[in-house]
Design a protein around this ligand. Structure first.
Ligand SMILES: *Cc1c(COP(=O)(O)O)cnc(C)c1O
Length: 396
């Protein structure tokens, strides 16, 4: 095992960018003054300190909005995508319970969406959880049948955290708008990786996480459409900050960090996507060259550039991860990697439990290099070969 001393970390190749990303040094630089001389409360606007913090927070809000084609006043800062998802789904369902008691979501959503919906069901809301096809995509015909004039909100993620599959957002948006249901999308994985436009895609609510796009942990945002107006019941009562939707003093350092992360993503996303896709393809090529038997889970052509979800035939994923302390790899979502249950996301794709148990998520990001990818390819091939030989020897 890797020691807990941080100097050991530099030796480990980080390939878990869908669990979290390294905070970009430019983001850290932008944040630092707000931990020292620029310490004002952004809600105390009677003096220069407060005004300074407020100005910085509002500039950050504008940067977040710009990345999704929204207006600054449509952005509500939260502690992360978990909170944003809870606020969007429960907030919309609670506000509209009388006339629209129904909620629709997808079986492959993040746990914080599924658990929010499960709570609504216990409270008496009607819930539809749609399945996906073998590629991980929503069935638009089934969705059209599920969404009615009684549906308050449809929550379908932009890109999946385990298999990277990107959903047809504009089609879903059009369908929801036609029924008067809000379209909420968890964009924690997609933002900064693919272009998102809340107007072109007719998205009414969109969740953002800072630490998935090279920003800090502990901050996120919810986009809340103003025209036509989206109405939510707040979860936190207090001083009425964030248009009454999320009371509490904002953390200017974190807001500024998220703003800078969004600004960088807007500037660099197109080029970064190409570079990351080339690294992903390079890794697939290294594995294929070595002819290790493998299966790729989920659609390759509707997928985030940095994601690879792959099963190595005959090699349990946990054994492979254990054999490779030089690599930071994951079986899937951070919340479930400690459990031995097969991934519910892979299960929803109809992938057999045996294959799911062999499935790894490799996620490549901004700070990975070609040298790291080649080294990771070599290490994976040799560990897979070794483990396969050990298995066949044991079977004889
Ligand atoms: C990481 C993630 C979340 C949770 O985001 P936090 O900001 O960590 O709360 C929600 N949904 C998806 C798809 C994610 O990848």
């Amino acid at each position: 095992m890797v020691s807990s001393a941080s100097d050991g970390l530099a030796q480990v190749i980080y390939l878990d960018n869908q669990a979290t990303t390294r905070t970009d040094p430019r983001v850290v630089d932008a944040m630092l003054p707000f931990f020292s001389e620029r310490f004002g409360n952004p809600h105390s606007v009677d003096h220069a300190y407060g005004n300074d913090a407020e100005t910085a927070v509002e500039a950050a809000r504008a940067d977040v909005a710009a990345l999704i084609g929204a207006e600054a006043r449509e952005i509500v800062f939260t502690s992360g995508a978990t909170e944003a998802n809870n606020l969007a789904i429960k907030g919309a369902a609670h506000f509209h319970k009388a006339e629209r008691p129904h909620v629709v979501t997808l079986a492959t959503e993040h746990k914080c969406v599924l658990e929010s919906v499960a709570r609504l069901e216990r409270e008496g809301h009607e819930v539809t959880v749609l399945g996906v096809d073998r590629d991980g995509l929503v069935d638009l015909v089934a969705l059209e049948q599920a969404v009615t004039e009684r549906t308050a909100v449809v929550s379908i993620m932009a890109a999946n955290n385990e298999i990277g599959v990107v959903q047809p957002l504009a089609e879903i948006g059009a369908l929801c708008r036609a029924r008067g249901a809000y379209f909420h999308s968890d964009a924690a994985q997609a933002l900064g990786k693919i272009p998102l436009d809340v107007n072109a895609m007719q998205i009414d609510l969109l969740s953002i996480s800072g630490h998935k796009l090279y920003g800090p942990k502990g901050i996120g945002a919810l986009y809340v459409r103003r025209r036509p107006r989206v109405r939510l019941e707040p979860m936190i009562d207090g001083g009425g900050q964030e248009r009454g939707l999320r009371s509490g003093t904002l953390a200017p350092a974190l807001c500024v960090g998220l703003g800078m992360a969004c600004r960088l993503a807007g500037r660099e996303m197109a080029e970064e996507a190409k570079r990351v896709a080339a690294l992903r393809d390079r890794l697939v090529e290294r594995l294929r060259e070595a002819a290790v038997p493998l299966t790729i889970n989920g659609a390759m052509d509707h997928r985030l550039d940095g994601n690879l979800n792959v099963a190595f035939d005959g090699v349990p994923a946990h054994a492979l991860i254990e054999a490779l302390p030089e690599l930071a790899l994951s079986t899937g979502s951070a919340c479930t990697s400690a459990s031995v249950e097969p991934s519910y996301v892979l299960r929803a794709l109809g992938i057999e439990d045996a294959t799911a148990a062999q499935s790894l998520r490799i996620s490549i990001g901004r700070f990975n290099t070609a040298e790291e990818i080649d080294e990771a390819g070599r290490l994976l091939v040799s560990a897979v070969t070794r483990l396969r030989q050990a298995q066949s020897a044991a079977a004889q």
